[in-house]
Design a protein around this ligand. Structure first.
Ligand code: BJW
Length: 232
């Protein structure tokens, strides 16, 4: 497809873009899952303390992926990708709805539900079923070391060098459906501002970083995302 804009774009997405596909956001249910705070199941310490609980949390969410489809916002981003000089989509989401919608230049900075890794040999592989504490690593043969390939609190998000480089070189930064409460993603808008980019928030309601954005459009992602990208 012919590029219609010389603009270099970085888009950050959060749980809100998948909400209308039927996936809960983190701050839904007051941030609780089966009466556990999300922070209690999304840390390495929680996994050490109670791996069965953490496996159950992610097994349910992995199974849920089979019941949902990308929505108009995911599709609008996939269609926008080829229209700009460069377009990097950085998602905090661990679902696979962006790739199923057709996005290609995509970074899952907080990992992916459909992957696992072994804490002993660090081998990464696909996981489409259920993980449990008795699972054996096919690479090193050890039992009990497999965990979801998810970036938990206190761990370093993935591909930060590539993300930083794109942020410091972009003309347009668009944040979609994220509360802006979890770092380092919450700080991306300030980096983009410092790089001289236009910064835009698309969200159902203002996030924690509201004041850092130069403009904003509030409404459901399936409405505001296609509308925003149709202007190019
Ligand atoms: C809609 C909608 C619709 C709804 N349409 N919109 C003190 C100060 C600063 C930082 C720290 C601190 N103490 C600790 C830290 C660091 C910590 C952190 O940020 N903690 C905060 C709690 C303060 N961060 C980390 O530990 C990270 N690592 C790190 O910092 O490493 C060191 C480092 C140093 C230097 C450089 C780089 C790194 C790791 C963070 C890992 C986050 N992991 C999680 C869980 C794992 C994934 C999973 O289980 O799925 O990732 S936490 C959870 O929050 C998940 C999400 O990706 C993330 C963000 O949530 P998101 O997507 O914003 O969802 P919600 O629910 O918060 O918001 C939903 C939004 O949707 C809302 O705004 C709604 O309005 C909107 N919405 N319906 C449009 N229809």
């Amino acid at each position: 497809m012919k590029k219609i804009s010389k603009t270099k774009v970085v888009v950050l997405t959060g749980a809100g873009i998948s909400a209308e596909s039927g996936l809960s956001t983190f701050r839904d249910n007051n941030g609780l899952w089966e009466n556990h705070r999300v922070e209690e199941v999304a840390t390495p310490e929680a996994f050490d303390r109670n791996p069965e609980l953490v496996h159950r949390f992610y097994n349910i969410r992995r199974a849920n992926l089979q019941t949902v489809e990308p929505n108009l916002a995911h599709v609008a981003l996939a269609e926008a990708e080829s229209q700009f000089a460069s377009f990097l989509l950085v998602t905090q989401n661990v679902d696979d709805l962006h790739e199923r919608a057709g996005s290609e230049n995509l970074i899952h900075m907080h990992g992916e539900l459909k992957k696992k890794f072994c804490v002993h040999c660090h081998h990464k592989s696909e996981e489409l079923g259920m993980l449990d504490v008795n699972a054996q690593c096919h690479n090193c043969g050890r039992v009990g070391g497999l965990r979801p390939d998810i970036v938990w609190f206190g761990e370093m998000p993935y591909q930060m060098d590539a993300i930083m480089a794109a942020l410091l070189d972009c003309d347009l930064f668009v944040s979609i459906g994220t509360s802006g409460s979890v770092y380092p993603a919450a700080g991306f808008v300030e980096l983009a501002n410092r790089a001289g980019a236009e910064t835009v928030e698309l969200n159902l309601e203002p996030g924690d970083q509201q004041s850092a954005f130069q403009s904003a459009h509030y409404g459901p992602a399936t409405k505001v995302v296609p509308e925003f990208f149709s202007r190019f």
